[in-house]
Write a protein that binds this ligand. Structure first.
Ligand code: ADP
Ligand code: MG
Length: 309
């Protein structure tokens, strides 16, 4: 669905930049392929190039190197023909617009007929519990409310491509849970979804793959596997066990140089059966505990320790 070949983006210093400011290389040599229907998390430290990548996919920016194709078209052509659901990092609507006016205007831009637009906007105001806030101006909304308006506008039309830039920023825990349900729904509907996020737990729950960007480069594309309810455990052995890979396919080293692995199991019964098989074949288990932040550990390792993703 989405194909990038050697994509680079260098920002020239704008008119407001200090004189002699150097160009900023936000992305370089990015090649990847996102199959239709997959959900990808885009992760990496601040300034890694996540927002730039998403804006390139929507055709808001042009790459300064390489090529981007979405379903065989360049991004602008694709978005003009098919549209795309997009939640920008911050959205640039006039702050004096009311929530209702903003959603109606955007529904018009999405090409919805007035009658359909009205119904759709009402349904979304309900869904995001925005009806009591419909008359408030965007400039007066809290970050969480504004984010809900942003999500609502992204769902005005049904689009095959869904691009969300830090969608849970500012959302409270309840709305984060609802957001997860929303993404599950979009996945079931077969949408291709990209979500830039600092919340690795969220990416781990929702994404099939995580694209780790660092200083504008692809550091790693991690198979997250959208495992939903499959739990990850941190398994510490007393010594390397040759049968580990057979017993726990997909085990990942968690602590290079030590016999510590991240392993998965659907439930405690499966975990116990696999541990029994491991012990049966001579493995000596030193510790096993749920690894709530398996992706976080992998990202931390890929970034070489200290940096926050
Ligand atoms: P992220 O979303 O991962 O935090 P961005 O894509 O926003 O990263 O930014 C990547 C790099 O490009 C950063 O160094 C940022 O300062 C720079 N950058 C982003 N937008 C612009 C712009 N419009 N002009 C100049 N530099 C920019
Ligand atoms: Mg960003």
């Amino acid at each position: 669905m989405i194909q990038l070949e050697g994509v680079g983006k260098t920002y020239r210093p704008g008119p407001s930049a200090p004189r002699g400011a150097p160009p900023v290389e936000a992305l370089a040599g990015v090649s990847l392929h996102v199959p239709a229907g997959e959900a990808w998390g885009v992760v990496g430290p601040n300034g890694a190039g996540k927002s730039t990548l998403l804006a390139l996919l929507l055709g808001f920016l042009h790459p300064t190197a390489g090529t981007i194709e979405i379903a065989g078209d360049d991004p602008r052509t694709y978005v003009r023909r098919q549209g795309a659901a997009y939640l920008p990092e911050r959205f640039g609507l006039p702050p004096e617009w009311s929530v209702l006016a903003a959603l109606r205007a955007l529904a018009g831009l999405e090409g919805l007929a007035p009658g359909a637009a009205r119904g759709r906007v009402d349904a979304l105001l309900d869904r995001f519990e925005l009806a009591p806030h419909a008359g408030k101006t965007l400039g007066t909304l809290s970050r969480g409310l504004l984010q809900r308006v942003g999500l609502a506008q992204a769902l005005l039309a049904e689009r095959a491509l869904v691009v969300l830039d830090e969608p849970t920023e500012g959302l409270d825990p309840l709305w984060r849970i609802r957001f997860r349900a929303l993404v599950e729904e979009l996945k079931r509907a077969g949408r291709t979804i990209l979500i830039a996020s600092h919340d690795l737990g969220e990416v781990e729950r929702l994404a099939d793959r995580a694209l780790l960007l660092d200083a504008g480069r692809v550091r790693e594309i991690m198979d997250v596997g959208a495992r939903g309810d499959v739990a990850t455990y941190r398994l510490e052995l007393a010594a390397e066990a040759p049968s580990l890979g057979d017993v726990f396919p997909g085990a990942v080293a968690a602590d290079p140089g030590r016999p510590v692995y991240l392993v998965t199991a659907a439930d405690p019964a499966e975990l116990s059966r696999r541990l029994a098989a491991l012990i049966d074949t001579g493995g000596i288990v030193a510790a096993v505990a749920p690894a709530a932040e398996a992706l976080e550990e992998r990202v931390r390792r890929a970034l070489g320790g200290g940096e926050r993703p």
